[in-house]
Design a protein around this ligand. Structure first.
Ligand code: GP9
Ligand code: MN
Length: 620
């Protein structure tokens, strides 16, 4: 009885911590009834070890709730079973996990040691007194509770609220998720609406159309030049061209933007799935959606791709990738060859005496990369992934260069500013080095952030960032990363505010480099020649959420469209939901199609096969 009450209280805490907005009572009721059902099943059974069984059930469910809420706090969604395979990655970023823990979360586990002591004492007492429970299994009570629960399920589903349970109620969610393991490959929502016929021909891809202008803006301005792409860890857009207490946060990046040869995309967004940094790489290189089943590098390790490294190799470039951490992390070592990289310069190739967080410090990373870049020969494509500005942004004291106000000292916000200021310094030094080596004048440099640093689910971040920005800090700010493309020798200095994401990186860069993607499939658009934007998020926001040039649409967590939110991207004023429907449906179709292509390794067909994708009818 005691355990049942405690677990039902925890169900209440779970509903609170997963910020369920609608139908909380229903969700709490169903969770409580299922809990009651299992406990009565155990207590009314004739099992001699019922105390142990009940205690084990209690512990397992408490642990699941602990993991779920921890995950929810960060990702704004519940974890799936397949993500358990990612636990190794979590261990590596242990510091960041510590930062996620809050006292309420710990409540899920805090009572277990006490209960353990209590229960073993009780067991001993029972043994001493020689009590034997010799009750016959009685189905009446659990049966009754089971029946009531089943009726509630039936009513909920017939009223169309089934998805609300499936997406938010603890047991229903995990049962459904478990069932998904045995289901077919399409992972996104709304598959029943998915018509693939209309896009079954390669020429109709991407869904949002390809700019067919003869006179494409900035076409080929980087032709035959070397290319360096710098993916900066946790670089958000708000730090760019911005000051903190009169101090420039990223002076070197700002200098690159101000240069007479740069294009700055200030309405650019992250598009990562469960593979986080590695998905930022994957999406940018390939213009395909990330999967939210697992990291894309892990799930599609052996697929054929035809993204930026391959396309440049076809043009005679040497494509290498650089990162100052262990090669196995995010399955990079296995995935990179199929991505088209000929060599992966990693922790094993660098002198890693100077480490911050879990990898080589950025300054050393860039400095030690120069000899390798020289070794590549021209034309080269170097993809460089930085690391030092990784959460939780704990930098050694001597690298705390910015003066921080008393009230911000020790906050994640302040630590982030110090950390990104350091990354910017390292980038500045690298650019100077490129100038010295004579590469700068003949190399296109593209630089972007991989994903956010300061989550708005963290109350302290939200408060400080809202004060700092002067408006409510939400996902639009969180996911906004900068993209800067510097093309030497051009008289351009532009800011492009077309909405775009990492999905658009490849087509945009191909236009700049004067190349076409003859074999692959791209879901993105060239941001210099099209405004048909769609930033379809799946991670941190429920699938179906998107930003376009006018609006921010956030799909409801319970899967019910009418519970969604839509607001103007600039004024942040509400927009009628009806206006968001068309692009909502498009996001689902695009994600589904991208998943289908990945699951079936269809790019293989294009690269090595008939040159046309055959999409089978049974997909409907
Ligand atoms: C690890 C680095 C960090 O190699 O890329 O990954 P993240 O934790 O940001 O996804
Ligand atoms: Mn990262």
């Amino acid at each position: 009885m005691f355990l049942t009450i405690l677990l039902i209280l925890k169900i209440g805490l779970f509903v609170y911590l997963t910020r369920i907005e609608y139908n909380q009572i229903l969700i709490f009721l169903v969770g409580s009834l299922i809990t009651l059902f299992f406990f009565t099943l155990i207590y009314f059974s004739n099992n001699s070890k019922k105390q142990t069984l009940a205690f084990s059930f209690y512990n397992i469910i408490s642990a699941i709730m602990f993991v779920d809420t921890l995950y929810y706090h960060y990702f704004n969604s519940l974890p799936s079973i397949t993500l358990i395979s990612q636990m190794g990655q979590v261990a590596a970023v242990g510091d960041s996990v510590k930062e996620l823990l809050n006292p309420l979360n710990i409540l899920f586990l805090a009572d277990i040691p006490f209960l353990f002591v209590y229960s073993s004492k009780k067991k001993k007492k029972i043994k001493r007194e020689g009590k034997v429970y010799n009750r016959k299994f009685r189905i009446g009570v659990p049966g009754g509770i089971g029946l009531v629960t089943a009726i509630i399920f039936l009513i909920t589903y017939s009223l169309g609220y089934g998805t609300a349970l499936e997406k938010q109620e603890l047991y229903t969610y995990h049962f459904k998720d478990f069932g998904n393991i045995f289901k077919s490959d399409i992972v996104a929502e709304g598959e029943e609406d998915f018509s693939i016929k209309e896009i079954s021909d390669k020429n109709q891809l991407p869904l949002r159309g390809n700019s067919s202008n003869e006179e494409k803006k900035h076409n080929g301005i980087g032709k035959d030049k070397n290319l360096i792409v710098i993916q900066v860890e946790a670089l958000q857009n708000f730090v760019v061209n911005n000051y903190y207490e009169g101090q420039e946060i990223t002076p070197n990046i700002n200098k690159l933007i101000k240069d007479q040869s740069s294009i700055y995309f200030d309405n650019y967004y992250q598009l990562v799935g469960r593979g986080n940094t590695s998905d930022a790489e994957f999406v940018s290189q390939n213009s395909l959606y990330p999967t939210i089943k697992d990291g894309s590098y892990a799930l599609y390790e052996d697929n054929t791709f035809h993204g930026l490294p391959w396309i440049l190799r076809d043009e005679g470039y040497t494509s290498w990738v650089f990162h100052g951490y262990e090669p196995e992390f995010w399955n990079r070592d296995k995935a990179y060859p199929k991505q088209g990289f000929e060599r992966f310069i990693n922790k094993e190739d660098f002198n890693v005496e100077k480490i911050i967080g879990f990898g080589l410090i950025d300054e050393e990373f860039f400095k030690q990369s120069i000899p390798y870049i020289k070794e590549m020969g021209e034309p080269f494509y170097s993809f460089m992934i930085t690391l030092t500005s990784h959460t939780p942004f704990n930098m050694p004291e001597y690298l705390h260069v910015l003066n921080i106000k008393e009230e911000h000292k020790g906050t994640m916000f302040a630590n982030y500013l110090q950390s990104i200021h350091y990354a910017d310094k390292a980038i500045g030094e690298f650019i100077e080095e490129l100038k010295k080596e004579g590469f700068y004048e003949n190399t296109v440099i593209a630089l972007y952030g991989d994903h956010s640093a300061l989550h708005c689910t963290n109350e302290e971040n939200k408060k400080i960032m809202t004060e700092y920005l002067g408006h409510k800090y939400d996902y639009q700010d969180v996911m906004n990363i900068p993209l800067i493309v510097h093309v030497p020798g051009q008289d351009i200095n532009e800011t492009i505010s077309t909405v775009g994401s990492q999905l658009d990186f490849l087509p945009t860069m191909l236009n700049i480099m004067g190349l076409e993607n003859e074999k692959g499939i791209m879901f993105g658009i060239d941001l210099l020649n099209s405004t048909d934007s769609l930033v379809a998020q799946q991670n941190y926001l429920p699938t179906g959420s998107y930003f376009d040039n006018e609006k921010q649409f956030i799909m409801a967590g319970d899967g019910i469209y009418d519970h969604s939110r839509c607001q103007d991207l600039k004024t942040r004023k509400p927009i009628e939901l009806e206006k968001a429907k068309e692009n909502y449906e498009k996001t689902i179709r695009e994600i589904n199609l991208s998943n289908y292509i990945l699951e079936n390794n269809l790019i293989e067909e294009l690269v090595n096969g008939s040159g046309k994708i055959e999409i089978k009818e049974e997909m409907n």
